[in-house]
Every structure is written in C-alpha cells, then in structure tokens.
Write a protein that binds this ligand. Structure first.
Ligand SMILES: Nc1ncnc2c1ncn2[C@@H]1O[C@H](COP(=O)(O)OP(=O)(O)OP(=O)(O)O)[C@@H](O)[C@H]1O
Ligand SMILES: [Mg+2]
Length: 359
C-alpha cells in the first residue's frame, strides 16, 4: 500500500500547457476521485502516475519514492481503462494470469491469486470463457480482476464504467467501492460524472482547465464549494447562480429581493456585486403571496420521489426541486421561498466563495 503525491507537476505538449502547478496528496488506503469536465486533464494526471505520460515539471511520488524516471512496469500500479482491453483469444483465466506470467510469478502462486480474485469478483464459474461470451459488465469485472491479481500498491481507474448501461453502472460502482474498502488499496479514480465522484470518493478533487479547484470529502465539497464553478459542477440539477447586489440587509437581483443571510453580515460590503448560489432543494413552493419570488413555471419534470421545476422570474431562470405533493403545472404562476441560511455567495468578479475567504 502507498500514498501518491504530486508536487508542482506540470504537463505541456509543445507550447500547449495542459496541467499547471498540480499539488495533491492521495493518502494510503484512500479512494481519491479526480472529477471535472471533458479535457480538464484528469486522464493526463492519471497517466502520469502510471508512467504512460512524462512529467514536464515537478515530481510524482508513490509511497514516498519519486517515480518520474521509473518505467510503468516498475511503478507497482495497475490500471483499469474504459475500454476493457482484454485479449480476445484468451480465456478469462488466461487474461487474469497474463500479467503474472510476464512477471514470472510461479504457477501455484498464479493459480492462488486468480482463484482469489475470481472469488472476490464472483466470477469463478466464468474462468474458462472467452471475452466474447461475456456481458459488458462481466468483461469490466475481468479488467478489474486483472488489476487485483497484480496486488499493486495503487489502483488507477480511468472512467471504468463509461461503457456500461445505467443500471449496471450503479451496480458496478457499488462493487468497486466495496472491493476497494475490502482490499484497502490506495486508488485514484477518474470520472467526469459527479454522481460517481460523490458516491465513490473518500475525497474528491475537482479539476478545471488543468487546475485543481477544490479537494475535500464529498459532503464538504457539496456544502462548501470553493467557487462558483465547483458549486455548479457538483450537484444535479446544478446550483442556481443569480447575479445580485448587496443592499443593506438584502440582496437585490434583477427580478426579486432576498434577505441577506445572517452568516454573511460583516463579510460583504454594501453595494458589493455577488452571485447568489441557491441549491434547487432550497427553493420551495410557497403557499402564500408573501414569498420573495414570483415565477412562471416553464417545465415540470416529475421523476417519482421528487419533481424538478424550471421557472422564470423576470429575466432569471431558476430550477427547483419540489415535493411531488406540491407539483405545479407548466404555465402557472407560483410563489417560491428560499432557505436563505442555506444560500451561498460568490464574488461576482473572481467567483470565489465569500464564506470561505471570510473565515
Ligand atoms: N498529445 C497531445 N497533444 C496536445 N494536447 C493534448 C495531447 N493529449 C491530450 N491533450 C490535451 O490535454 C487536455 C487534457 O486531456 P485529458 O485526456 O487529460 O482530459 P480528460 O480530463 O481526461 O477529458 P475526458 O473527460 O474527455 O477524458 C485536453 O485539452 C487534450 O486535448
Ligand atoms: Mg479522460
């Protein structure tokens, strides 16, 4: 087992800078998720740990040892890709064994490790099949099994669930979480899916344009996003961000007025321009006409346990999550209230959270 540390890591392709000043500690036994939009550098960061990409500047350490100059095979890592990359002409057993054969692991030890991995993954009865006779989920399990038999210091996963259908993704997601908890192997897991990040990561690292935006436990990132980007990236539907101006005890938007939450008093100045961040679950369908927001309902999406409502108040577009019992109809004008103490404020210029900088 091992920690993984990035110190001032940069990656450039010629003049193109993809990653800058990457500093990150992945703890021993931890499952760290790297999450961010397409092209933000997640795979590049992972491939640098694996040694599949050179580092342009800085150092990467595994278990306290700088690995910049080590060949991938000497780094004691095992990687699972989105494409399962199984050998089609080999059986599951041969696929699992292949890496061990290359490393000249003795036959009895190979057999023991393959049996153990097959047992852990519940695929002992599939060992003599070829990949073409397996479902997508089973193929992905073989790919994970191939990483397990190696008994590496670190697992690296790059979007391993992307090729699975929605139901299987949820199931396999839970399996990988359980597996990582059982084995305790330090893991770095790359995904662009914020739900995967939230459900799987002990901690998550949110990236954008090759830079870390925030590192923290899922709940912490959800409850205290460092900036407007993280606030909108983590959570579905995304947080509402509404331009507003501080006016005494109030926040004035172009279309309505909200009370300034007590927690921001002293942290913001009168006439300061901010972005008010309101999670959809903190907007409620209000019964009376005194509620601060009056909006026209544009679209209603009943999804069973909750209803997602898209509404417009003047020029502001809002998304709210309502209880199914109080579902309005499209075209209706409704009153909406806000859990004001749950509100976030971000600087209108820098988009940094005003809560964190104020602490
Ligand atoms: N060989 C290369 N030359 C120039 N730019 C490259 C090269 N390889 C990758 N890039 C760029 O590096 C950036 C990061 O790519 P990377 O594959 O790490 O993104 P990602 O976060 O994994 O995205 P995705 O979610 O789409 O997989 C992208 O803008 C990509 O175009
Ligand atoms: Mg990628």
């Amino acid at each position: 087992m091992s920690s993984v540390t990035f110190t001032e890591v940069a990656k450039r392709y010629g003049d193109v800078s993809v990653i800058e000043h990457l500093n990150l500690d992945v703890n021993d036994h931890e499952l760290m998720v790297l999450v961010g939009p397409s092209g933000c550098g997640k795979s590049t960061a992972l491939r640098m740990i694996a040694g599949l990409e050179d580092v342009s500047a800085g150092t990467i350490s595994i278990g306290g040892r700088v690995v910049n100059e080590l060949a991938p095979k000497d780094r004691d890592i095992a990687m699972v890709f989105q494409s399962y990359a199984l050998y089609p002409h080999m059986t599951v057993r041969e696929n699992l064994e292949f890496g061990l054969r290359m490393r000249k692991v003795p036959a009895d030890e190979r057999a023991r490790r393959v049996a153990s991995a097959a047992e852990i993954l519940g695929m002992s009865q599939l060992l003599e099949r070829k990949p073409k006779d397996l479902s997508g989920g089973q193929r992905q399990r073989v790919a994970v099994g191939r990483a397990i038999v190696r008994q590496p210091a670190v697992f690296l996963f790059d979007e391993p669930l992307s090729n699975l259908d929605a139901k299987l993704r949820v199931q396999t997601r839970a399996e990988i979480t359980r597996l990582q908890a059982t084995l305790g192997t330090t893991s770095v897991y790359v995904t662009h899916d914020q739900v995967e990040a939230m459900t799987m990561g002990h901690r998550i690292t949110v990236m954008r344009d090759g830079k870390i935006q925030q590192v923290g436990a899922p709940r912490q990132v959800y409850q205290s996003p460092a900036n407007a980007f993280v606030a909108q990236f983590i959570g579905t539907p995304p947080m509402n961000l509404i331009p507003a101006t501080v006016s005494g005890d109030h926040l004035q938007t172009s279309s309505f007025t909200l009370p300034l939450p007590a927690k921001f008093k002293g942290l913001v100045a009168d006439a300061q321009r901010v972005l008010a961040g309101i999670r959809p679950e903190h907007i409620h369908h209000a019964a009376n006409g005194d509620a601060p927001i009056h909006a026209n309902v544009d679209v209603v999406e009943p999804i069973g346990h909750e209803t997602i409502v898209y509404a417009s108040a003047g020029s502001e577009h809002l998304v709210a999550i309502f209880d199914p019992a109080s579902t309005p109809r499209a075209g209706e004008t409704i009153a909406m209230s806000v859990d004001s103490e749950a509100m976030h404020l971000f600087d209108a210029e820098t988009s940094e959270s005003l809560m964190r900088t104020g602490r």
